[in-house]
Design a protein around this ligand. Structure first.
Ligand SMILES: [Zn+2]
Ligand SMILES: [Zn+2]
Length: 385
């Protein structure tokens, strides 16, 4: 049995633990050694581990029954539900090198040629559709304001595409460690044979990105990137904007076809061919994005990503899976609903929980924040949870 209670180390007179020496928790000692700094923490959690064992009847004091031993372990304080802090530290290396390695400053999958071509194709097709709609507007196919709306939607879709492609989807760093709760619940954890790192639950190793990705949904060749915990928001936004673009242009073309049938409504032959080709393109984009949106919605509602779902279907273990919906704040962040439609990085209330791993550096920053909040008389920020 494990009981955890809060203990103020600064005022306790009975405690034998000090800020230096053997009384310090192992994790804290490791953190200090890693960052080379000493932090005067005033608050810890105290865990009492009670173990009940049968007495040995053949030795002195035996005779059957049970004996209980209690050991006390000092543990770093962990945040209560509702508390959060915003970590503004940038863990990325300050370098202009492109790649998916830990040493690269800008995340970009440059090794996959097919993915690069497909991602470029998305930009070309979107630009082509915007030019076609603009030409139709110029030749008075429909009011200019409708063409401007379409161009704006295209621009948003392309911004989301760029953000999805160039955002680290949640690659697991070499310094990753299991979270405090994971360590308590299960002392053994899986490792990735290729990355030689801790492999968080729900993560997968992507052979194209050559990294383990947290809560990996799939590797999307149209994005030329993995879709994972950190860029799922941008991917969903891209799907929504592209779906809107496709259905909006189909409505525009239909409107133009039915309401522009008099003699004064003639178009250049090039525009007519462009519109015909774009109609097929929009139907394909509409169907594809519709199926992908349903796929993503299913993933959010069940917490089972595309890869996991395919694996479970292949092994016929779909009915045995634990379905736990993913909260929208774990995808779109807690920075307010006004930030949701834009491809800005989401702020998570508990980054480690969303990613499925911690790093010693981040644990240390969190501890510093909690210490600072405790010394200010507060308990961290009260968040929207
Ligand atoms: Zn891996
Ligand atoms: Zn990948």
């Amino acid at each position: 049995m494990v009981t955890i209670s809060k203990k103020d180390m600064g005022t306790s007179s009975s405690s034998s633990a000090t800020n230096s020496g053997a009384g310090r928790p192992l994790l804290r000692t490791c953190l200090d050694a890693l960052c080379g700094c000493q932090i005067d923490s005033s608050e810890y959690l105290e865990a009492r581990v009670c173990q009940t064992a049968a007495k040995d009847p053949w030795h002195a004091g035996g005779g059957g029954g049970t004996t209980t031993t209690t050991t006390t372990t000092m543990m770093p304080r962990i945040r209560s539900p509702g508390e959060y802090y915003i970590d503004i530290h940038n863990d990325e290396p300050w370098s202009f090198s492109l790649g998916t390695g830990e040493e690269n400053g800008i995340w970009m999958n440059s090794g996959d040629q097919a993915g690069s071509i497909m991602a470029t194709l998305v930009w070309l097709l979107m630009t082509y559709s915007a030019v076609t709609v603009t030409l139709l507007t110029i030749t008075k196919g429909f009011p200019p304001v409708l063409g401007m709306i379409y161009t704006l939607l295209c621009a948003m879709a392309l911004a989301c595409h760029a953000k999805t492609s160039l955002t680290d989807p949640g690659s697991v760093p070499r310094a990753a460690v299991p979270q405090e709760e994971q360590r308590r619940e299960n002392p053994s954890h899986s490792m990735c044979g290729q990355c030689q790192t801790f492999k968080p639950p729900m993560s997968h190793h992507c052979r194209i990105c050559n990294r383990c990705v947290s809560r990996m949904d799939h590797h999307c060749p149209w994005m030329n990137n993995c879709v994972g915990a950190a860029n799922l928001k941008h991917f969903i936004l891209f799907l929504i904007y592209t779906w809107t673009c496709a259905s909006y242009s189909l409505v525009l073309f239909g409107w133009n076809y039915f309401f522009c049938a008099d003699e004064g409504c003639t178009f250049h032959v090039v525009v007519i061919h462009l519109v015909r080709a774009m109609t097929f393109l929009c139907i394909g984009a509409f169907l594809f994005t519709s199926s992908m949106l349903m796929n993503v919605t299913y993933g959010l509602m069940t917490g089972i990503g595309t890869i996991d779902r395919l694996k479970k279907k292949a092994t016929n273990t779909m009915s045995q899976s634990d379905e736990e919906p993913i909260a929208l704040k774990d995808v779109f962040g807690i920075a307010g609903i006004l930030t949701w439609p834009f491809p800005v990085d989401p702020i998570f209330d508990d980054y480690d929980r969303v990613m499925g791993y911690s790093t010693p550096q981040r644990l240390l920053r969190e501890q510093q924040f909690m210490d600072q909040a405790a010394s200010n008389g507060g308990q961290g920020q009260q968040g929207i949870v």
